[in-house]
Ligand binder design. Sequence first.
Ligand SMILES: C[S@@+](CC[C@H](N)C(=O)[O-])C[C@H]1O[C@@H](n2cnc3c(N)ncnc32)[C@H](O)[C@@H]1O
Ligand code: SF4
Length: 451
Amino acid sequence: METESQLARLGLFDARVPRYTSYPTAPQFSDAVGAGQFVDWIRALTPGSQISLYLHVPFCRRLCWFCACRTQGTHSEDPVIAYVETLKTEVRLLGSLLPPGVTLSRLHWGGGTPTMMPAGAMSELAGTVFEVLPMGKDAEFSVEIDPNEIDEARLDALAAAGMNRASIGVQDFDAEIQAIIGRDQTYEVTRDAVTMIRERGVKSLNADILYGLPNQTRARLSDSVQKLLSLSPDRVALYGYAHVPWMARRQQMIPSDTLPRPEERLSLFDAARRLFHWDGYEDIGIDHFARPHDGLAVAARTGMLRRNFQGYTDDTAAALVGLGASSISRFPQGFAQMDSATSSWTKAVREGRFAIHRGHAFRGEDLLRARIIEALMCDFRVRTAELVADFGLSRPMADALFAPVAEAFGDFVVHDAEGLSIPMPGRPLTRMIAARFDAYSMARTGHSSAI
Ligand SMILES: C[S@@+](CC[C@H](N)C(=O)[O-])C[C@H]1O[C@@H](n2cnc3c(N)ncnc32)[C@H](O)[C@@H]1O
Ligand code: SF4
C-alpha cells in the first residue's frame, strides 16, 4: 500500500511517542513543585468557579497482565476501606482551602477499580465530596466500572449518589486473547453489567476496548467490536495496547512474539474504526468514537473537545484536582502529582499534608505549545488566528513554527493561511506530528509505539 510505505518512511512504525494527555508529559515533571505550591494554586482558584475532581482508587481484586495502570492487587476489602477513610480526610483538607462558592463541574472516580469499594464506603465518599464541593449546574459524575467487580448493591449506591456516566473495561471478548492477557470476562458478565447500569438511568456509557493485543487479527477484533456494538455504548475508547514491560512488570507475562507488528496494528485499528463508522459513531480525536448525540461528539463538532489525563473530555473547567495516590492535578499555573506509594500518601494525609512530590509550573512557551498539541490531538488542526489572539504571536512567528513540521511530513499535513491541519491520510501520524512541538521530547524511551 502506497500510503503505508509513506507512513513507514516517516517512521510511524518505529517511533515511540507520548499520548499527550498533558503537556509537558508526566515524565517531564520534577520535584520543583511541592505541596506548598499545590496549596497556593488551590487558594488561587476563582471564588464561585467550577472545578473538576478526580479520585484515584488504586486497588483491583485481580491484576490483569496487560494493564499499565497504577494499581495493586488485594482480595480483602480492608485496605480499600482504610484507603477510602484517608481519601475522605484528603477531600476535607481540600475543602478547608477552597475559596468560597466553588462547585463541581465533573467528578470522576478512576483506578484501579473504584468499584472495589463496598456500597457503604461509596456512599460515604460521595457524601464527603458533596459536603465540600456541591455539584454545579449540569455537573457529571462518572465512575470506572469493572464488569467483574460490580453488583446491584454497589450500583444502587452509585446511582443514589448521583452517578450519571459510567465507563466499563471490555478490552477484548475473545477467550484465547483474554487468557494471554490475564483477564477473564465473559460476554454475559459484560452484558449484565451494562443492563444493570442502564436500569439505573445512566445517560452515557463508555466502553474501553483494545487493539494490538496478542494474537489479535482483523477477524477476531471485528467479532469483539460487533459484540461491543450489540451493547450500544454511547462512547468507545479504542486504545492501542501499550506494551511497556520495563514500566509495567506484569506485562512480562505476555510473550512479545504474540504481539501484532506495527503495520498490523494500523490495520487492526482500521478494521475496528470501519465498524464504528458503519454503526453511526463519529471519530473523536485519535482513538475515541461516540454516537452523534453524545457530549463528546457534540464537543468534537463544535471545537470544544479537550484532552486530559482520562483521555478526551468535553469538560471546560479551568482546574482539575486529583486526589488519592499518584493522581495528577492541572491548574492554570501548572501540574502537581501525588506520591504513587500508597504508604507515603497515607502518611502525608494523616499528618494533614498533601503528598505532592512532583509537578511542573508553566513557563516560557509551555502554554503555547500545550495549546498547539491539544488542538492537533483533538481537532487535527491549529488555527493561526487563535495563537495570534491568545498568545500575541505574530503570523510570521506562527508560520516559522509550522513550516519545519510541514516540510517533514509532506502531504500528511497542510500548512496554509488558516494554520496547520492534518488531513485524513496523515491522522495515524498525529502523535508524531504533535511531538514536533514538544520542547521537552528528548527522552522518549518510556513511551509506547506511535500507532
Ligand atoms: C484503570 S483501567 C480500568 C478499569 C477497570 N479496572 C476495568 O478493568 O474494567 C482503564 C483502562 O486503561 C486501559 N489500559 C490499561 N492498560 C493498558 C495498556 N497497557 N495499553 C492500553 N490501554 C490500557 C484499559 O482499556 C482499561 O480499561
Ligand atoms: S484492567 Fe482494571 S482490573 Fe485489570 S489490573 Fe487494570 S485496573 Fe485492575
